[in-house]
Every structure is written in C-alpha cells, then in structure tokens.
Design a binder for this molecule. Sequence first.
Ligand SMILES: [Zn+2]
Length: 266
Amino acid sequence: MAVKYRYEEFAWPEIRQAAASHRVAVIPVGTVEQHGPHLPLVTDVLTATEMSRRAVEQIPEEAVLLPSVYYAFNEHHLDFPGTIAVEGQTFIRYVTDIGISLAHHGFQKILLVNGHGSNVPFLDVAARNITNHGKSICAMVPWWNLVPRDLIARLRESDFPGGMAHGCELETSVLLHLRPDLVQMEKAQPDFPSQKSEFFYWDLEKPSPVFFQEFFSRYSRTGTSGDPTKASAEKGRLFVDAVVGRMIQLIRELRTRHIEPRIDHH
Ligand SMILES: [Zn+2]
C-alpha cells in the first residue's frame, strides 16, 4: 500500500508515528486574490500546494503535507474584485498557531512553502515565532526562490525588472503547466508600471533594494504586473520540475539538520 502523506487523512496513532519518524511537516501557504483578467483567484494557493504535493509525494516517508492556508495578507489588491484580505497580525497569529500545534504533536521540523509575494514578511515572523516557541524549528521558502538562476536566465523573455511580478511570465507559465483549463490566455496582456525606477520595482527573480508596496491599482491597469504573453506551458513544466527537485533537497536537508542545544550564558 502506498505510504500516506496527506496529514488530514491520518488517524492519531499514525500522526504519532509520523512525528516519531522525524517526518518534515510541509505547509503550503497561498492567498485568494485577483491575478489579472487571465488567471484564477486561487493561483498562489494552487502553485504552492501542487509543488509541495509533488515534492512530498516523492518522499512520503520523509514528510507529511498539511492542508493549505488559503487566506492571507493582501489589502493592496482590494481595488480588484475577488481578493479576500486578512489583517497582518491575524495572519501571523493564525500560521504561528498551526506551527505550534504541530510542534506540540512532536514534529520538530516545519516548512512553510509560500506562494504569495506579500506573504514573505508575515511568514518570516510566523516561522520565527514557531522556532522561538520551543523545541521545533520552522523555515519558510517562497517557491520562486527555488527556481535555479541559470534556468531563469535561459528561459526568461520578459524585461527585468518587472516582467515577472504578478500574473506574469513566471506565474502564468506555471499555471499553463499545472492547470491550463484555468488560464484564459486570450485575455493576457503585458502591464508595467508607468514610472520607471531604480529603487521601486517588483520582480520575482530578484527583489528591489527598497521594501515598498502600495495599492496595486496605482501602478497596474489590469491587475497583472509583468508580461504574461511571454508565458508557455513548456517553461512552466521546466520551472515546476526544477522547483520540486530542489524542494525535495530542501526537505531532506531540513529533516537531517541537527538542532543544537541552547546555552544560557547568564
Ligand atoms: Zn501570485
């Protein structure tokens, strides 16, 4: 029988066994928000969840896949219909509580796999909260950070910075591979901020030097930021396969990482 890997399908003795086997708890975190006229609201949940699922499915004895966190912080997208925004402190608290529960059940290694750019500062805090809470450690990775640099360099056709930001060449390619039925390519169009800037831009390949986020409707007409017309299912396949491969490496390294004892120097 295939080894179970979906957390919610376990019975409690199986959870006790999974924690005792040092399986890494993998939690996909997305958001429900507009992604332009051509992509579904669920884009960030879908990417984080499916990449995580594919990784855990290949190493089921080493990890468990938690149910995804759907809602997150994205007040800046509210000018477009569909976005569900959760206040920042609520979101941090919610994710922290999930991690603390897992730690309570004996999972020592927890990985948050993030699918939404604006989740980064909040999930960083949540991961630190979980780690600071006790014996377990928690790390967070945005999936696009796992795309190998040389693969981006080889496949990317949109301008840097800005071509890969939101509902862009990268996200649209991934969706064309994972769920082509949800992509309306005939509605995709490039959308770049009218103000060129050395310091204020958005790009998933490399973040701008300055942290800054204003209301999306101030710089995007369509809800997209970047160039989805450069997307393809083939690029999506290469991106997803590469991310899944590196996520497996990451899970394995986290699993074997030694948690050193704290030393109180008072
Ligand atoms: Zn997105």
